[in-house]
Design a protein around this ligand. Structure first.
Ligand SMILES: Cc1cc2nc3c(=O)[nH]c(=O)nc-3n(C[C@H](O)[C@H](O)[C@H](O)COP(=O)(O)OP(=O)(O)OC[C@H]3O[C@@H](n4cnc5c(N)ncnc54)[C@H](O)[C@@H]3O)c2cc1C
Length: 478
């Protein structure tokens, strides 16, 4: 089945009946109808619908090299700069549907698959390599949705800590048989866990000495023994006036538990080979392709934040104040910087040893280090500009009560009636003071790893030798 539409996605996930728990209860009926998941699943479905629209099909899909059928553009392994541009346009189109609030729209994981598959020679075990390439093609040809989990539970992060507990904590391979490996324990987190077709499980990076912790595989979300333990939903009420973002884009995060999960050999990509695992991160196009996807989404998200900020400024007429202008310009500078990183990464892209066109890492590394710092500042700016307007926000029901006239009068602004003004401020509030908004900020700080340690990657990888040589020469001249 080539690229799917929204209903096909929903039917598939409902049919899985994965083992998903929330608020102490197992989800039993169709998960797409459950109050904690229906908002996000509807939004995800709308992405799939968009890619099938006749007027969008050329932007959102391409012809599969295997079947000549239409498949999602985010699976495209780019060979030219034009291909990178096509990928960017597709990613941007999906990001606009959620105002950049869905960090894990399916193009995120499709990019992971395509980047590891493009560098499949790095899998030292030929079977693992073959399995991964087949898996990438399988996901592409069936347009599967994926979540993933990389990180072990947050038990003890001391550098001296060896995870050799007798209890089952970090998921490890405890046995193997003719069918596959047996995995027991947990992984910290999977965003969208339980509402995707499959889950990709990869090693947590770094140098893994314990080989039982060193594996990579993918399994259907309903594999026996697999369980998703979700946090509380931030989609409190499914009212798009009251909670315009959380009612639609709360992606949900889940602890992933493996209880004697038997992973078939054909789905095992790495087993007991730490070297292969670390090479995949460092030597493949994983980082540049992934940050190219993420930065495209972040440009859209920044445009949306800027739009909300400027709307507040116009609505309560505070644009004359210099510090307000300065704050808006801070966001403008960030937006233009992010766009610059993206375009520069494409302009100076180059082919890797396998012939794939990889965006330039340097501007993307800078983008990776920059956004986790600047996004919390956007949120701070929104609080500083919105002030008490962010909490003077009765619900839509209040506007339909006997207090309607008073609310429309007292909560009016320079340009809007109370009802419209509160609608705007509820949006801002959802972005900058709600549980959903808090999670968005945490997401931007951490979703790709700890930003302090990611800066360490940039420090190691960014070649500064030419500048040091220049300074040496400069000193000799004087
Ligand atoms: C909203 C959200 C969604 C996420 N979604 C996913 C997902 O879908 N899949 C997935 O696999 N992961 C996901 N993550 C997890 C993400 O990858 C991790 O949060 C990130 O890698 C940091 O790891 P940690 O949370 O365990 O923090 P920790 O590593 O426990 O860090 C806690 C604190 O200790 C410090 N610290 C810890 N170790 C060191 C060290 N060695 N050196 C210096 N400082 C250190 C950190 O700087 C930090 O301040 C998500 C995270 C968030 C917040």
């Amino acid at each position: 089945m080539p690229c799917v539409n929204g209903q096909q996605y929903i039917n598939r996930i409902d049919h899985l009946k994965s083992n998903v728990w929330i608020n102490g209860q197992k989800v039993t009926g169709n998960i797409s109808e459950h109050s904690s998941f229906k908002g996000i699943m509807k939004s995800q479905a709308s992405l799939y619908d968009l890619q099938c629209r006749k007027d969008m099909i050329d932007i959102m899909t391409y012809l599969s090299p295997k079947t000549n059928e239409r498949v999602g553009m985010s699976f495209l392994q780019p060979k030219t700069r034009k291909d990178l541009e096509k990928r960017r346009k597709m990613i941007e189109t999906w990001a606009r549907q959620s105002a950049g609030m869905m960090g894990r729209s399916p193009d995120y994981m499709n990019t992971v698959l395509m980047s590891f598959s493009a560098a499949s020679d790095l899998f030292s075990d030929p079977k693992g390599k073959g399995n991964f390439v087949k898996y990438y093609e399988y996901c592409r040809e069936n347009d599967l949705s994926l979540t993933h989990t990389f990180i072990n539970p947050q038990v003890n992060r001391s550098s001296n800590y060896m995870d050799n507990s007798n209890e089952d904590i970090s998921a490890r391979v405890i046995d193997k048989n003719e069918n596959g490996i047996i995995v027991q324990g947990a992984r910290l987190l999977a965003t969208q866990g339980g509402i995707t077709d499959e889950i990709l499980v990869f090693p947590p990076g770094g140098n893994q000495v314990d080989t039982s912790l060193c594996y990579a595989f993918a399994i259907p979300s309903n594999l026996p023994g697999l369980k998703f333990l979700c946090r509380e939903s931030f989609d409190y009420r499914h009212d798009e006036y009251d909670h315009p973002l959380s009612a639609r884009f709360d992606e949900m995060d889940a602890v992933v538990v493996f209880d004697h999960c038997e992973v078939p050999w054909e789905r095992v990509f790495i087993y007991g080979d730490p070297f292969s695992a670390s090479l995949l991160y460092s030597e493949s196009g994983f980082f540049p392709y992934q940050i190219h996807q993420v930065t495209t989404k972040n440009v859209v998200k920044t445009e949306f934040v800027l739009g909300v900020l400027q709307s507040i400024v116009d609505t309560i007429n505070i644009g004359e104040y210099q510090h307000i202008q300065e704050k808006i310009v801070e966001v403008v500078m960030a937006l233009e910087t992010l766009k610059g990183f993206l375009i520069s990464s494409e302009t100076s892209a180059s082919r890797d040893q396998w012939g794939f066109m990889v965006p330039d890492r340097n501007p993307l590394y800078a983008a990776m280090a920059y956004f986790p710092k600047i996004y919390p500042r956007f949120i701070e700016i929104m609080q500083l500009i919105g002030a008490s307007g962010l909490v003077s926000i009765p619900t839509e029901r209040d506007f339909h009560s006997i207090n309607q006239n008073e609310l429309n009068n007292y909560l009016q602004s320079a340009t809007l009636k109370g009802y419209e003004r509160v609608k705007l401020f509820r949006l801002a509030s959802d972005l900058c003071i709600s549980a959903f908004g808090g999670r968005q900020t945490l997401y931007e700080r951490f979703f790709f790893g700890d930003s302090a340690r990611l800066s360490g990657t940039v420090y190691r990888e960014y070649d500064r030798s030419a500048y040091v040589d220049w300074v040496k020469k400069f000193l000799h001249q004087s």
